[in-house]
Write a protein that binds this ligand. Sequence first.
Ligand SMILES: COC(=O)C(/C=C/C1=C(C)CCCC1(C)C)=C/O[C@H]1C=C(C)C(=O)O1
Ligand SMILES: O=C(O)CCC(=O)C(=O)O
Ligand SMILES: [Fe+2]
Length: 367
Amino acid sequence: MAPMPVSDIKVGHIDDVQELRKSKSSHVPERFIRDTTERPKFDKDIVSSTNSIPVIDLSKLFKGNKDEFLNEILNLTVSCQEWGFFQVINHGIDVELLNSIEKVALEFFMMPLEEKQKYPMIPGTVQGYGQAFVFSEDQKLDWCNMFALGLEPHYTRNPKLWPTKPSNFSGTVEEYSREIRKLCKNLLKYIAISLNLNDDVFEEMFGVALQAVRMNYYPACPRPDLVLGLSPHSDGSALTVLQQGKGNSVGLQILKDNSWIPVQPIPDALVINIGDTIEVLTNGRYKSVEHRAVTHQEKDRLSIVTFYAPCYEIELGPIPELVNENNLCKYRRYNHGEYSKHYVTNKLQGKKTLEFAKIKPDSGSEY
Ligand SMILES: COC(=O)C(/C=C/C1=C(C)CCCC1(C)C)=C/O[C@H]1C=C(C)C(=O)O1
Ligand SMILES: O=C(O)CCC(=O)C(=O)O
Ligand SMILES: [Fe+2]
């Protein structure tokens, strides 16, 4: 057997939540039980909220007439400025491919634990099967199993972590990732237009963009009121594309005006969110928004998430055209590799990771 990589980080025993679920016990282990202030509320007001995230019809941007194009760019501006989250419809990705990635992801999570553990996520790393962002024995755990892989550039890949079962897993991930990459490039082009910038500004800046996929499986939980599926966080990426499993319960929630708003799945739509990198590049005009996942008492949930970001070598900072006397420079310049390292070596904690880049208000920033 190949030697197991070792880690100095002591995380204690992490229960596999699918195995807990299989045991049918109504007991939730202490490490998953959140402090009262962090627990989700399930009152009707939240569930029936009419305040839902915007929808962008990408066909209007791909092939609409001039009026349709400009109107949808305006929708995009408002979505990015006021929500940081939107769903895209008519995105051009074959529905069969969306179904296939969901199928192979589910087949993977349904395999016996011993099979999945052949691809372990070593504490302190972010690829493979397990729980990421756990750094100590007393840290609360998320009610979630993750499987994550680096995709691009190729040197981020660890071939030992690519599952051999199901047999079409790798091929499907490759095909899906190619399509999602094209979508990200197009979205960044339209986001640049919405900011009155050259449409290729992000593409030129990003180099061979970083891309990673994370599959999140949230089994039903006997006490959804006590646990979180995924801790509140913003994404470190430039853009994130999230596919919610077909027919799944609502689980994703975003923080808006101090309330958690559920994201109602739209069949075959994809959820897009602005990550920390776009917040920095736009000098805060478009903000990354804190979000989390909650669980359901009877239903399991799956999400397939792609992170798209500049390559590690890129130095980033607010784009000069977006800094002026009314919007002073809020973030320092830094290297994206450093930010990635900072992001993946800290626990998920709201928007705290972005403190890394913030210029403190009284430090005499200039524009
Ligand atoms: C569990 O993983 C993550 O949540 C995650 C990690 C992404 C990555 C890989 C799985 C391998 C290649 C590197 C990379 C760090 C992109 C989140 O990704 C966010 C965090 C940053 C930073 C980012 O760019 O996307
Ligand atoms: O599963 C979800 O809906 C949220 C996933 C998420 O935010 C993430 O993986 O970063
Ligand atoms: Fe996220």
